[in-house]
Design a protein around this ligand. Sequence first.
Ligand code: PLP
Ligand code: TYF
Length: 398
Amino acid sequence: MFENIQVAPADPILGLNDAYRNDPNPNKINLGVGVYKDELGATPILKSVKQAEERLVATEKTKSYLSIEGTEAYRQAVQELLFGAGHDVIAKQRARTAQSPGGTGALRIAAEFIKKHLPGATVWVSNPTWANHQAIFQSVGLEVGSYAYYDAATKSLDFEAMLASLSQVPEGDVVLFHGCCHNPTGIDPTTEQWAQLAKLCSKQGFLPLFDFAYQGFGSGLEEDAAGLRVFLDQVQEMLIANSFSKNFGLYNERVGGITVVCETAEHADAVFSQVKRCIRANYSNPPAHGAAVVTEVLTDPELRSLWEMELQAMRTRINEMRNLFVSTLRAKGVEQDFSFISHQNGMFSFSGLTPDQVAQLRTDFGIYIVGSGRISVAGMTKDNMEPLCEGIAKVLAS
Ligand code: PLP
Ligand code: TYF
């Protein structure tokens, strides 16, 4: 039965990681996968997370199943982080959150819910977007369309084109927005632009789906939620897939949430009951540990302030690397203007390097960048900056 099955193509991002691992070059540099690295090139466990884990190990009493939707304390903590404590949506019980296995698990549940309950809806994603978006929606049989986003010529958001394509989206379709720190471009709408998008959404009648995987990596926890909250002022219904992989460094614990916002608490009850059915037929109930850690950190004032400091330190280090990258390239005599990289948000930048240049960086210098030219700035350190910029300068000059 299996003899005719062909080998699947390697994942564009995770496949690169494998190639990096197998490269014997001692000076290799990995700027592929979106995983935070510290100045030593390590991805450490946050102190706040470690302390929460120590408490949990000492006090945990059972490994029995969680409910389909996860723990109440976690679900509440997620909503407060997304909307801000005391937000009207919380007070009116218009939102329901289920704990999910990472942001990917949340997106997959959103996809199944859309497929089942919004028949005929197409999901629109930005051009470009995270490579897994298409796969997740298509895997449940949804049509995926793309809307204009990035202007390669100016290396910025083509907001006019974005508005023009979104005004073609029919009522009842779904539009995915990156809550902040757009992956792969690092370019987000401004608050004013978010307000225009929300207005358009309300006029067109499409459903916004926020993919919120980097809260706190842009400007701050509150600042990064501005787009989502501007939408909440204008629209009654929304889906949100959030992840704690990056901002808690809990990548392999798989912790996130799927949140539905409805017009009324009654609608929310009905919608959420269907979301729970999707979960039940998928992974049944979520893993407990990561979410317990997040709950402990978010609800304990001491751990919370430690976490916020650690998150700020990650954000600051990435921004320092952005500036150092731009200035080191300049010092290496690169004439092309890379200053746009200093103004982008989060882990990623679209470098504008061509697929040929990306390939040359890899074969000649052991520098690994995603084929699209996306650079994970979080992989840069003071130690690898010189060889990195040296390699890029040589490739650009060749
Ligand atoms: N959405 C975007 C835009 C991402 O970049 C990522 C991870 O890189 C995710 C979702 C999924 O995150 P998780 O690892 O929590 O599944
Ligand atoms: O670098 C990126 O864009 C992501 C990172 O299960 C990632 O693809 C890796 C593994 C995973 C989810 C996200």
